[in-house]
Each structure stands twice: as structure tokens, then as C-alpha cells.
Design a protein around this ligand. Structure first.
Ligand SMILES: [Zn+2]
Length: 570
């Protein structure tokens, strides 16, 4: 199943959570995991139901995990239950009781099922059994990694083994068998209530916390999804080989049992230097055929001191681009530095808008040479009796229509006309642009000037192609660039280089919009991540002096597009 998911936690004010969930959905994610800790269980059950409902309203599938529950699952949350039930907790091999529920204790299993009931009542689509494990000594304040659990009375009875013998192969098998049995019981309970189960195994197949036989988990009758989370930095491993190894194990295991595979990758604790590793991890996951890919967690956990790095938000942009495979055009993207725009004072908003407006003059100055060339071409056509035909859709269309309307009374001319869309949906209609131009009998004597804030509007580009007599080839090329060409990862840099080669072919110029893009978007801290073109400040208008008899389409990566019409049919 193809999904892009992210974990979300820490916010329990529904209107704030909704705002973030809207952001998650807008970024192209299709699913969210909500942590559901014992604290939530005690104090936020109704609130969690509201947050789950908001997720569903936004079209997001929902998983809920027992975050830190009983300290037998993953998560930075504490357990109340272990405080109230020390008699049902695990015992280390040296006889010390530790604050972790015993996976074999019926009381603890009953509590886990109660927790699952609450998650289902909150409306979750999947119960996500995250990293089930026996107690890790350092997690309970025991500075002795050789200690292990559990040798409690229940475990002694269930195993039938002499647990004082140490961590023998038989004891290791008993511990693994206990985890599988525990999962079998709680997943059957969820299924009996109509819920679905995901089990996320630690990326370990040996040692005191590994599950050696993943088939035994995948074969459980009530599991829908098997997941793993090879967070390579936490295991001091390299990203592509570690993730690749577990992606293959996951894919092969799930295929044998007709269970879906789900991969979790970290965005917490990463820096810009880790982004290539992150991209390699995503690539290794997809190479194994896994398309259900999640990250922990929202905004790369920038809000959480323990998991954040100074550049969490840059990592968040990178992981989002990699998981959603959606790099939005500039006019549809949220700027990270302005993500709290709706919370800022009005006076600051006015100042910000004014500051952004100041960048327009600089962008126009950079493009002065090409603007002048375009104007000369327009004048040439007008003097020869042709028309200047504006094309635009939506707001751009209204802008060009206003300009064309203004030209009549101001310059006493009827040869400045505009072709625009009548409704907003038409901006994606590639047939409408050519049709509207044809209706005006636009011909070789005219010049067409297209305006698009994003530089990628299908209506406008199709009209431009029609005017240039280029057919659909150019549209396809531009469309692919529009969707994929805005990031500044390695793929993006390759495209920039390609753009410069194109510019050079047009006459050796390298001062195209792409170089301005790269200069403007170089990260101020020295990183290479950028946030895409801003439409108003980096638009460019260029005009070719090439002597192609067929077409003089010139613009490659800008917001104002201009061509001279040469086709006899347009
Ligand atoms: Zn026990």
C-alpha cells in the first residue's frame, strides 16, 4: 500500500493540532500516527478522539501507538501503570524489580487491551504496536547492560525453565516466544473489536532485544501491517546498508504472509549533513518495493529538545520531499520561516509584506536586459500592424485583462488584447488555452505574452505552445519540471546545470533565472537547501534572438513567458 505518513505528538489543544494536521495534509502526507500515552489515556481521551476526527476530516489515515505504555513500547513517555502495579512488573536476573510491565503477566496484558480499547474508541484505523521489547536496563536506571529480564514468578511458571541459569539459548527463545505470544493476544483483542493492527519490530534480529524469527510475527492471524524502524544513527550503522538490509527482510517476510510492509525512517536527530543518508534510506526502501513509508516525526521533532537539532526544519523539508515525492511550485509552498504567520501581530505582517515587496525591484533589475529585448520585439510587431496578446489564467489572467483594458483609453489602441480563463478550474485545461487563442485568430503578425505566477500554469503554457507552433512536446517537459524541479537536492542541482546548458546554447548567456535562483536560495548557514522560486521576486522575461523559422519560444524557468507567433494556424 502506498502511503506517506508522519508521527505527531505533544499538542493536545485541538485547534492547534488541527492547524498542524492541515499542514501535514497540505504537504502531501496521507496518514498520521498519534501517540497515545498513559497520560493521554488518563486525561485526554476525549481530546484524542477530537484530534483523530480532525485527522480523518482532512483525509489522513490514523494509527495510534502505546507511547511508553508500561515501558514495554517505544516512546518518551512515562508509565503510571507500573507505579500502581509493582507486583506485575518485570524482575531483572539479579532479583531487582524494575518499573516495566511484565509481558507475560495477565494483569499487564489486560491493561494493554484496555489501552487498545481506548485507542479504538478514539477512532484510530490501526493500533500500532511499537517496538515491543523486554526491559532495557538503562531505560530503568540500571547501569549494567548485561542485566536482563524477566525472572518474575509468572515468567518462571510460563517458561517452565530454571531462569537462574542465565540467558541461555532456551531462555532467549522463551523471551522471544513471549513477545510473539503477547502480540498474538493483544492483536486478537483488537481484531475482535473490529480494529486493525500494525506491529513495528525493532531493527534487531539477535541480541537480548532482537526478534530472530520475523516470520513468527508476520504469521500472527490478526496482523495487517508489519513495520520496522531502522534508525541508523541510533544503531551506529550506515543508512543505505542498514535500511536496505531491513527493507529487504521486511519485504520478503511480509510477502510470505500476505501482510503489508511499512517502513519508518527518522527525521529526528538529523542535521543537513544527514540529508543524503536520508535520501539514500528512502531509495533503499523503495528499491525493496516498499511504498508505505513514514517518518518520526512532524517537523523533524523541532519542538522537542531531546530529539531536535538546530536544523530540524530543513530536515523536515527534505524528508517531506522524499516521502511525498511532491515538490511544490513556489506559489503553493509554505515558507518554513513564516510557518507561524497566522500567529504574528498585524503590524509585523504589514512589515513582512512590505519587505517582500522591496525584493521585486531587484528582481526586475536583474531581468532588465531580457525585458528590454522583449519590449523591442513587441514594439516591432505593433508597428507592423500586429497585436500584443496577453495570456493568463486565474489571478494572472485578471491582471493581464486589467492591463489590456487600460491600454485602450490610455494609448488609444485596440491592439492590446487579453486571453484569460473564465473560471478557476480552467487553469488546468490544456485544451482551453489554444482554443481561446485560435478564437482570436492570433497569427504570425502578433506577439503573445503569457503571465503565470508559478510559471507552470497548464492553460497558459498550452496557449504559449500553440502560439509557438510547438505542439505538446514542450508542455510535457515543462509540466515535469513544474512538479519535480523546485527542490534543491542533488536532483535539483542536476536540473540547474541542464538549465545552464540550455541557456548557453541560446547564445552563451549564463545569467538566466536559474542562476539567480541558486544565488538567492543558497542557505544562509552555508547549507545547500533552498526553498524554491518566489514568483514575484525572481521572475524573468527573456527573448531569443535565434532565427528559427518555426518558433522563437524562449522562456525556460520564469513567470513571464513570451513568444513570437509563427504558425500559420494560430
Ligand atoms: Zn515476568
Amino acid at each position: 500500500m502506498k502511503r506517506a505518513g508522519v508521527s505527531y505528538f505533544g499538542v493536545r489543544i485541538p485547534r492547534h493540532a488541527r492547524r498542524d494536521l492541515e499542514d501535514i495534509a497540505a504537504r502531501g502526507y496521507t496518514a498520521v500516527l498519534h501517540t497515545f500515552s498513559e497520560n493521554d489515556l488518563a486525561y485526554y481521551r476525549g481530546t484524542m478522539a477530537e484530534i483523530v476526527a480532525a485527522s480523518h476530516e482532512l483525509g489522513l489515515e490514523v494509527q495510534m501507538c502505546p507511547w511508553g505504555v508500561g515501558r514495554t513500547f517505544g516512546g518518551e513517555a512515562e508509565s503510571r501503570w507500573v507505579t500502581f502495579h509493582p507486583e506485575a512488573c518485570q524482575m531483572l536476573d539479579d532479583g531487582r524489580g524494575v518499573a516495566t510491565g511484565c509481558l507475560n503477566n495477565p494483569a499487564y496484558r489486560a491493561f494493554c487491551k484496555e489501552w487498545a480499547d481506548a485507542a479504538l474508541e478514539a477512532g484510530t484505523d490501526y493500533v500500532f504496536w511499537d517496538e515491543p521489547h523486554w526491559t532495557v536496563p538503562e531505560h530503568v536506571g540500571v547501569d549494567d547492560p548485561k542485566r536482563w529480564a524477566c525472572v518474575c514468578r509468572v515468567c518462571a511458571e510460563v517458561s517452565g525453565l530454571d531462569l537462574s541459569q542465565g540467558l541461555t539459548p532456551e531462555v532467549e527463545q522463551f523471551r522471544e516466544r513471549s513477545i510473539v505470544d503477547f502480540l498474538g493476544e493483544v492483536t486478537a483483542h483488537v481484531a475482535s473489536r473490529g480494529g486493525k493492527n500494525t506491529i513495528c519490530l525493532l531493527p534487531l534480529t539477535d541480541g537480548p532485544h532482537g526478534v530472530s524469527d520475523w516470520d513468527s510475527v508476520a504469521a500472527l492471524p490478526h496482523i495487517s501491517v508489519l513495520a520496522t524502524d531502522p534508525y541508523w544513527k541510533n544503531f551506529d550503522e550506515s543508512a543505505d546498508s542498514f535500511v536496505g538490509r531491513f527493507a529487504r527482510l521486511l519485504a520478503e517476510t511480509t510477502a510470505r504472509h500476505d501482510v503489508d510492509a511499512q517502513m519508518w525512517l527518522p527525521s529526528f536527530g538529523l542535521t543537513p549533513d544527514d540529508i543524503p543518508d536520508l535520501e539514500a534510506a528512502v531509495a533503499a526502501t523503495r528499491a525493496a518495493g516498499i511504498e508505505d513509508v513514514w517518518t518520526w516525526g512532524y517537523e523533524a521533532c523541532a519542538h522537542m529538545t531531546h530529539l531536535a537539532t538546530p536544523d530540524s526544519l530543513l530536515v523536515w523539508e527534505a524528508v517531506t520531499g522524499a516521502l511525498t515525492e511532491e515538490e511544490r511550485v513556489a506559489t503553493e509552498r509554505a515558507r518554513i520561516d513564516l510557518r507561524d504567520l497566522d500567529l504574528r501581530p498585524t503590524a509585523e505582517l504589514v512589515r513582512l509584506i512590505n519587505d517582500e515587496d522591496k525584493t521585486v525591484a531587484g528582481a526586475v533589475a536583474e531581468a532588465a536586459e531580457s525585458i528590454a529585448r522583449a519590449i523591442d520585439s513587441i514594439v516591432e510587431r505593433l508597428e507592423a500592424g500586429g497585436r500584443l496578446v496577453y495570456v493568463g489564467a486565474g489571478s494572472s489572467g485578471r491582471a493581464v485583462a486589467a492591463d489590456a483594458a487600460e491600454c485602450g483609453p490610455t494609448f488609444s489602441t485596440d491592439r492590446i488584447v487579453a486571453v484569460t480563463t473564465e473560471d478557476e478550474d480552467a487553469e488546468d485545461d490544456t485544451a482551453a488555452g489554444p482554443r481561446d487563442l485560435a478564437a482570436l485568430a492570433v497569427g504570425p503578425q502578433d506577439i503573445v505574452l503569457a503571465v503565470s505566477a508559478s510559471g507552470h500554469t497548464p492553460y497558459t503554457l498550452a496557449a504559449l505552445d500553440h502560439a509557438a507552433g510547438r505542439g505538446s512536446r514542450r508542455r510535457d517537459r515543462d509540466r515535469s519540471r513544474g512538479r519535480r524541479g523546485r527542490g534543491c537536492n542533488r536532483r535539483c542541482r542536476r536540473r540547474h546545470q541542464g538549465g545552464h546548458r540550455l541557456a548557453a546554447r541560446r547564445g552563451g548567456r549564463t545569467d538566466c533565472a536559474l542562476s539567480a535562483h541558486r544565488r538567492a536560495r543558497r542557505h544562509p548557514r552555508g547549507g545547500r537547501r533552498c526553498r524554491g522560486l518566489r514568483p514575484s521576486s525572481e521572475s524573468n522575461l527573456s527573448h531569443s534572438s535565434a532565427s528559427s523559422p518555426r518558433s522563437r519560444l524562449t522562456q525556460r524557468e520564469s513567470s513571464v513567458l513570451c513568444c513570437e507567433t509563427t504558425s500559420a494556424t494560430c
